[in-house]
Design a protein around this ligand. Structure first.
Ligand code: ATP
Ligand code: MG
Length: 415
């Protein structure tokens, strides 16, 4: 079948940068044709802290994927996270414009929908922040709430509820700079948990209410869906790297050794009470260390508990616990830690499952890993919202407008 488009997702993680190239055919099927993955030394807690190193890592990951796919990448969707991300729900109201026909009826047009969304997004923002996403949640026509597609309905007053996600302009511009310096164009900038949600959540879950929790190396990202639309997003600046640092500090061993120990021997639930000591090699001229597995897992569990409890507090703060009947779907490398789902069940008292990316063919095996949820999600998001893919009609118009807006925001930046 003919390839109609090539979509590329670049996940700028705190621990790894991964690039995924996928080809879309005329049936909308997606085939993964290239994957690249490198360490990410220029990022910290979800944001770029070293332009040079991040540029190199992006070029390296994209280069690997290009080689595998045998194609040259033109432009990419990139993820953005970091604890500078804020989200708010907002409402806009307009009077529906009168048509030109004789009866001057008030049938809602696409133009009215755009006007009401503009009205809803008109919130005062500090100078250093910009809007990343404006996601419509639902419309009210006169006094009828909960309408998803108002175009074509008759009414006098149109209200829109939207979820607005904002980020620090500087963080977004640094990402843009790195991608451009790596010789690649940027097709879209997408909030990471929003991207991940496209890879791991089902429509039914989003309808019933679900929380996506991406436990990464540097951040824990949250996205709550209910009634088929997004309700809340936020980013907490703690992740697997904190767990590793705790192990290194408490046991007095190098970071790389602590990371290996965590991945190979970490198992936090049920808590271990005893076990054979683990012999740990820490360097050529150093004496091996004996580590008590119960102590190791106590260190890991304490930090994981702290992270999950912060997520619980956040969900309670924004009154989302009652919305998530389907529970939580956990992705990111942190979801691979043994015992995480059981600990989460105890803390949240909700169903918990690990989210493995789906919806792809081809090299799908390579990305069949919760740590690739963001990379795969960027592609699925692109497929749904790209201005060039017109079969999604109205929504893509809206997206291309927002993309234009984003481009305006980057306009004037050198490099
Ligand atoms: N099997 C495992 N057991 C425990 N932890 C793991 C395992 N595999 C990966 N991790 C941890 O997951 C983290 C990396 O996850 P991931 O790749 O999702 O992060 P990232 O996308 O690079 O970072 P972020 O999204 O926070 O910017 C690391 O801290 C790593 O130690
Ligand atoms: Mg990540």
């Amino acid at each position: 079948m003919a390839v109609t488009d090539t979509l590329v997702g670049v996940d700028l993680g705190t621990t790894k940068i991964s690039a995924i190239i996928a080809e879309v055919n005329s049936d909308g099927e997606i085939q993964v044709v290239g994957v690249g993955n490198t360490a990410s030394p220029g990022m910290r807690r979800g944001v770029v802290v070293n332009i040079e190193k991040t540029t190199e890592a992006i070029a390296e990951a994209v280069g690997q994927a290009e080689q595998m796919a045998g194609v040259k990448v033109k432009d990419v969707y990139v993820g953005i996270a970091g604890d500078h991300i804020r989200s708010i729900n907002s409402r806009g109201v307009i009077a529906v414009s009168r048509g030109h026909a004789v009866d001057r009826s008030t049938v809602i047009s696409q133009n009215d929908v755009e006007r009401v969304i503009d009205a809803a997004r008109a919130v005062a923002l500090p100078m250093d922040r910009e809007v990343l996403h404006v996601l419509p949640q639902g419309f009210t026509v006169d006094d009828e709430p909960g309408i998803r597609v108002p175009v074509g309905m008759t009414g006098l007053r149109l209200e829109a509820d939207v979820h607005i996600i904002t980020g620090a302009i500087a963080s977004a511009q640094n990402i843009y700079r790195c991608v451009r310096r790596a010789g690649i164009g940027m097709r879209g900038l997408v909030l990471e948990p929003l991207a991940s949600s496209y890879a791991v959540l089902g429509d039914e879950e989003k309808e019933l209410g679900v929380c996506l929790l991406d436990l990464g190396g540097g951040t824990a990202d949250i996205a709550v869906f209910e009634g088929g639309t997004i309700r809340h997003t936020s980013v907490i600046g703690l992740g697997g790297a904190n767990v590793t640092r705790d192990i290194a500090l408490v046991l007095g061993i190098p970071i790389e050794v602590a990371e290996k120990l965590k991945i190979e021997r970490g198992n936090i639930y049920p808590p271990l009470t005893e076990g054979e000591p683990i012999t740990v090699e820490i360097g050529d001229d150093m004496k091996p260390r004996q580590v008590d597995p119960a102590e190791l897992n106590e260190i890991i569990r304490a930090r994981m508990e702290e992270i999950l409890e912060m997520v619980l507090r956040e969900l309670k703060r924004v009154d989302c616990m009652r919305m998530i009947a389907s529970g939580l779907v956990i992705t990111g490398g942190g979801s691979l830690l043994r015992g995480t789902t059981m600990l989460a069940e105890e803390i949240f008292r909700k169903p918990i499952r690990v989210g493995v990316p789906r919806g792809l063919n081809g090299l799908a095996d390579t990305v069949h890993n919760p740590a690739f949820a963001t990379g795969v999600g960027l592609i699925l998001y692109g497929l749904k919202y790209d201005g060039e893919v017109s079969f999604y009609g109205d929504e893509s118009d809206l997206f291309s407008r927002i993309l234009k807006l984003l481009k305006g925001w980057f306009h004037g930046l050198v490099n």
